[in-house]
Design a protein around this ligand. Structure first.
Ligand code: C5P
Length: 308
């Protein structure tokens, strides 16, 4: 985790506030299986977390009426339980009732775009859960993961540091750090055009394709990572089942995908169900070069550096 989260204990002692960095994620692979009877889809995915760009989440608690207040400069964000950060605090409180009345303040510095496929809302929720654990320490790790899965499919992966394999509908998360010779640090670029993709619509579009076969990118990627080979091999192994349905439906995203390729990224890949595109770079300097070329062409262009 980043310095911000490592400092959270010291932070709490000094200010009564827990400050956490909420990283974004990129599904380096995303194999999606046919819909289950409950409507969800089983997935197989290798997910990298990126410490930058990230949201900042600050949580503090004071004696007072039992309520949760979300403070955020971005007025487009809902302040009630439609916001996953608020939902996380609510569910934690329900699962682990507090002995005394208190007011919880969540301050959100929003830097990750919404409906971008970067897991920003899910990461905020996971950060709130971690903060609640620091403040109240009520949950076991297993229970915390169960609570996380109840908030959203992408929340549990943010409770585990580093690169992970995600299965089931998202609730089965295996850290890859222990099994890899070394976890690669990835550099790249994130670009988001001025559109958002609602996740349920993306899954529905996928299901409308007759005879579609799930991809097999995750098995290839795991092999490449286990061999500890270079970033070019990682680029080749990347794959996202959403690309063939989302790119033709959203010309703005297809344009971003093309622009990232033409700028010279080793590989352009749709992030989750969109609307962002990730461009993998050879190294930090290459990522800077991509950013220089793409700056100003899209509303969101950021260099991304993966967590160690
Ligand atoms: O779990 P979450 O609320 O994030 O999921 C949002 C929607 O995305 C679900 O209602 C479902 O339509 C779709 N989804 C899915 N399979 C998954 C994850 C999400 O079909 N594994």
């Amino acid at each position: 985790m980043s310095d911000v989260s490592q400092n959270s204990a010291a932070n709490l002692a000094e200010t009564g506030e827990v400050t956490l960095s909420a990283p974004c994620k990129v599904n380096l692979t995303l194999d999606i299986f046919p819909p289950r009877p409950d409507g969800y889809h089983d997935l197989d995915s290798v997910v990298a977390k990126f410490d930058y760009p990230a949201d900042i989440v600050k949580v503090s608690v004071r004696p007072g009426p039992s309520r949760i207040l979300l403070l955020c400069k971005d007025k487009s964000l809902p302040r009630d339980e439609r916001n996953l950060a608020v939902r996380a605090a609510q569910i934690y409180r329900e699962a682990f009732p507090m002995s005394s009345e208190n007011t919880l303040y969540i301050r959100l510095e929003k830097r990750l775009p919404q409906q971008a496929g970067l897991g920003g809302g899910s990461s905020d929720a996971a950060a709130v859960l971690r903060a609640m654990q620091t403040l109240f320490g009520a949950a076991s790790e297993d229970k915390l993961r169960e609570v996380a899965a109840g908030i959203g499919s992408d929340v549990p992966l943010f409770l585990v540091d580093g690169m992970v394999r995600m299965q089931g509908r998202g609730e089965q998360v295996t850290p890859l750090s222990g099994e890899l010779p070394q976890q690669p640090v990835l550099h790249g670029i994130l670009v988001k055009p001025d559109v958002g993709v609602p996740t349920p619509a993306a899954y529905a579009a996928l299901d409308s394709l007759a005879g579609r076969q799930p991809g097999e990118a995750t098995a290839r990627m795991r092999e490449v990572l286990h061999q500890g080979t270079g970033v070019e091999e990682i680029a080749e192994a990347m794959g996202n089942d959403f690309e063939p349905v989302i790119l033709p439906r959203y010309p703005e995203i297809a344009a971003a995908h093309r622009a990232v390729r033409e700028a010279g990224a080793l590989r352009a890949l749709l992030c989750g169900s969109g609307a962002s595109v990730f461009g993998l770079a050879r190294d930090r300097e290459h990522a800077r070069e991509l950013a220089r070329q793409l700056a100003g062409k899209f509303p969101f262009v950021k260099i991304a550096t993966s967590s160690e």
